[in-house]
Design a protein around this ligand. Structure first.
Ligand SMILES: Cc1cc2nc3c(=O)[nH]c(=O)nc-3n(C[C@H](O)[C@H](O)[C@H](O)COP(=O)(O)OP(=O)(O)OC[C@H]3O[C@@H](n4cnc5c(N)ncnc54)[C@H](O)[C@@H]3O)c2cc1C
Length: 290
């Protein structure tokens, strides 16, 4: 039987938020912001740890969003590391949250799940994790790398950037004044942070709900509903009219492309791990429940 590179899931759709305000500044279909906004409004969570803005342009800072306005500030993808997991204790202690939502790339989702299973450094916290939203990730960067890619390679100031996107083999920088600079992805590769080369998860397999742009048309997102909790929240959000959806089988490029990219990432990184194991460095982790 072929290996499952997409993780376990209960359903998969192409979707986008129905709230036009959310959709306007979202990276893709506004799934993360809409789902957290619904979960906040209905008390499923009392706050969400998101990658908010900071004093430096495009540098994310973990923030606890407790209102829809807070969530709106965190929309969009900041392609550099955001230490959101380290903020979990802050969320439960300083903010007093009992039901925490958190969004993260696959390695961050793994860290949250490990923290729930072995809460050595997260005493009293595991029960407070109420909704884990994962985002797909092929590669991430340090802030320094993003500065170099945008300012040296694309030739624009970070302050003037409206949106960055990775897709269709390109890293695209769109400016506030309407310019669009597309770099071939091979230019970005040497800037990938090293963890990218040992990660065996493309689609955030351990999240309650995980989402990314790949597989769906522009402005839409591919959404995997993975756990019982994810299914429950997604069904309620659907019933409340939060999302419009299309069957994933009816959109292009669909799951075929998601599977191809997940397979490429995991196969390539396994080789790196085997090489590392040959001189005694750890072997990496895939969801043992697959
Ligand atoms: C480093 C990185 C690499 C990615 N690679 C891929 C990929 O290869 N293929 C793919 O299909 N999708 C990828 N994505 C996901 C994609 O860019 C969108 O984030 C995702 O589709 C969610 O879009 P949305 O419209 O639902 O989210 P929105 O409603 O716009 O909300 C985005 C959410 O992402 C959070 N976020 C933003 N930056 C970060 C960050 N650095 N770390 C953690 N959380 C963050 C924000 O806090 C916000 O809550 C990547 C995202 C990141 C951060």
């Amino acid at each position: 039987m072929a290996e499952n590179f997409l993780g376990n899931y209960k359903s998969c759709v192409s979707a986008r938020a129905t709230d036009k305000e959310i959709l306007k500044g979202a990276q893709d279909g506004g799934i993360v912001t809409q789902l957290f906004a619904y979960a906040l409004e209905t008390g499923i969570i009392d706050g969400a740890i998101v990658a908010g803005p900071s004093d430096e342009p495009w540098k994310p800072r973990p923030m606890v969003a407790m209102t829809k306005d807070d969530l709106l500030k965190s929309r969009g993808t900041r392609y550099n590391l955001c230490p959101s997991v380290s903020f979990i204790k802050e969320a439960t202690r300083s903010y007093g949250l009992d039901k925490v939502g958190i969004v993260g790339v696959p390695c961050q989702v793994q860290a949250v799940r490990k923290g729930q299973l072995y809460p050595a450094g997260l005493r009293d916290v595991p029960d407070a994790i109420a909704l884990v939203v994962g985002i797909f990730c092929m590669e991430n960067f340090t802030y320094q790398s993003i500065q170099q890619l945008v300012e040296d390679h694309a030739g624009v100031k970070l302050e003037s950037v409206k949106k960055m996107e990775i897709g269709k083999g390109k890293f695209t920088v769109k400016t506030e004044r309407g310019a669009e600079i597309a770099l071939p992805l091979k230019v970005t590769h040497k800037y990938n942070q090293p963890g990218d080369h040992v990660c065996l998860d493309y689609v955030a397999e351990w999240a309650d709900v995980s989402t990314g742009s790949v597989g769906s048309p522009d402005g839409w997102s591919t959404v995997f509903v993975r756990t019982k909790k994810g299914e429950d929240v997604w069904a309620k959000a659907m019933a409340a009219g939060c999302f419009e959806t299309k069957p994933i089988e009816q959109v292009k490029p669909g799951l075929e492309l998601v599977t191809k990219l997940a397979t490429e990432k995991i196969t390539k990184n396994r080789k790196t791990l085997e090489e590392r194991a040959s001189f005694g460095v750890g072997k990496g982790l895939r969801n043992p429940y697959l």
